[in-house]
Write a protein that binds this ligand. Structure first.
Ligand code: B12
Length: 375
């Protein structure tokens, strides 16, 4: 069934093209869009058209916003349109900007190619936001297609987030192992997931992984969903990555997480592994009470404060695995001893503790962690 739904909030994906490092403009634009209530999936700079289109389909955004300063914008935007056409997703609209680099003459050509709007230098932000609301308030979703594939899965998750009353029920669970990953902001959860995925793909190029990654909604109901900017290796055809805003839910996940997980874990997706990343959580957080979660990982970094602080972290009592990441930081050796002591106390989780430095390519600790799960 094809449905037109009101997008609330409006979800947009923003990125800077390949061979372009001008990200300060899009950072400012993102900030304003979030303040005005848009959910922004931000991919960062130096991104290929293929990665951008794959991401836009998986995220099922209303539109792709490209900030382009280094030239080649006519060809780059045109290629984005071609790829959207190839994937039969021309419902995802395209817009962008690029200060003085994109000229009014270029805009004429880009609009002929299908781009909806280019915001030139000097465009007031209020006008930009109003125009984007005009373009994107409604969105068409198609629930007739069956899984597998990024297009139907992306739209299924949108139907769950939009709470469509007649949305189909998720099918039976398949083989995917589901692992929840939580920990304080800045512990390196996203980098750990990306390095995990890099290693898993290197060991088994056929592996299929789903990731459900959460970021907080802001007071405006907008939000910066920025994990794709960190995840370099996860931009891959075998990896399905969906960024979700918490949309008012406390505790690290979204009201739609459980049902979205059911879809991702279903037999039809064929995923071997689904990783669920929470927002950065506090000492009292116990985000994974879903029966779907097979294992819970708590990720910490060495700067949690005095040992006393560890006694207050509830997840240390129930985690299946604890990871101390950022072991290149000062104090890591002390931290690992303190964490081991804490988890091995009577009544605590007795969880194995792994040391990782996930930002390091081929980090041995991440390899050990994957071995623990045979993945
Ligand atoms: C700041 C800047 C830099 C900074 C970038 C910092 C960063 N992290 O972004 C630094 C100093 C690092 C830099 C480096 C370079 N730069 Co430079 N840089 C600029 C500069 C001065 C301003 C761009 C900017 O951020 N503007 C601020 C934004 C907020 O305002 P705006 O551009 O007017 O944008 C408006 C709209 O277009 C809209 N908008 C923009 N994007 C988007 C996206 C969406 C989705 C939406 C809705 C709206 C929107 O929002 C704004 C408000 O209305 C421009 C000159 C210019 N005037 O454009 C040159 C410029 C882009 N740079 C240029 C060059 C050549 C370079 C370098 C190659 C220089 C060198 N030889 O090393 C490097 C390349 C860096 C790289 N890795 O890509 C050239 C590009 C020429 C070209 N295209 O042919 C320019 C045009 C300068 C020039 N006249 O020569 N640069």
């Amino acid at each position: 069934m094809k449905r037109i739904i009101q997008s609330s909030p409006i979800r947009l994906l923003t990125a800077v093209p390949l061979c372009d490092g001008h990200d300060s403009a899009i950072t400012t634009v993102n900030q304003e869009l979030i303040r005005q209530g848009f959910e922004i999936v931000y991919m960062g700079y130096h991104r290929s058209a293929e990665d951008i289109v794959r991401a836009a389909i998986q995220e099922d955004v209303n539109g792709i916003g490209i900030s382009s300063y280094n030239g080649g914008h006519i060809e780059f935007f045109r290629h984005i349109h071609e790829l959207l056409q190839e994937k039969n997703r021309t419902d995802i609209r395209v817009f962008g900007g690029g200060g003085g680099t994109i000229t009014p003459e270029d805009v004429v050509i880009m609009k002929e190619d299908g781009t909806d709007e280019i915001f030139l230098a000097g465009t007031p932000f209020d006008w930009t936001c109003d125009r984007l609301r005009e373009l994107f308030t409604a969105k068409s979703i198609d629930l007739t297609q069956t899984l597998p594939g990024d297009i139907p899965l992306g739209q299924r998750l949108t139907a769950v987030e939009a709470e469509l009353s007649d949305r189909p029920k998720p099918p039976a669970r398949g083989k995917a192992k589901i692992i929840g990953i939580t920990g304080p902001g800045g512990a390196g959860k996203t980098t750990l997931i990306d390095e995990w995925i890099r290693g898993a793909l290197a060991d088994n190029p056929d592996i299929k992984i789903g990731v459900l990654s959460h970021d907080p909604s802001s007071m405006s109901r907008g939000g910066l969903l920025g994990d794709r900017a960190t995840m370099i290796y996860s931009q891959h055809d075998n990896i399905f990555l969906r960024s979700m805003a918490t949309r008012g839910e406390q505790g690290g996940l979204s009201p739609a997480t459980e049902e979205c997980l059911q879809w991702m874990a279903s037999a039809q997706t064929g995923f071997d592994l689904v990783l669920v990343e929470t927002v950065g959580t506090g000492q009292e957080a116990l985000p994974f009470n879903s029966e779907l979660i097979d294992s819970k990982i708590l990720v910490l970094h060495p700067e949690y404060g005095a040992q006393l602080q560890l006694q207050k972290i509830l997840m240390l009592e129930i985690a299946d695995v604890v990871v101390l990441n950022k072991t290149d930081w000062a104090g890591a050796a002390r931290a690992i001893e303190e964490i081991k002591r804490q988890v091995n106390l009577p009544g605590s989780s007795q969880a194995p503790v792994y040391s990782t430095n996930a930002s390091k390519h081929k980090d041995a600790g991440v390899v050990e962690l994957r071995k623990h799960f045979s993945l």
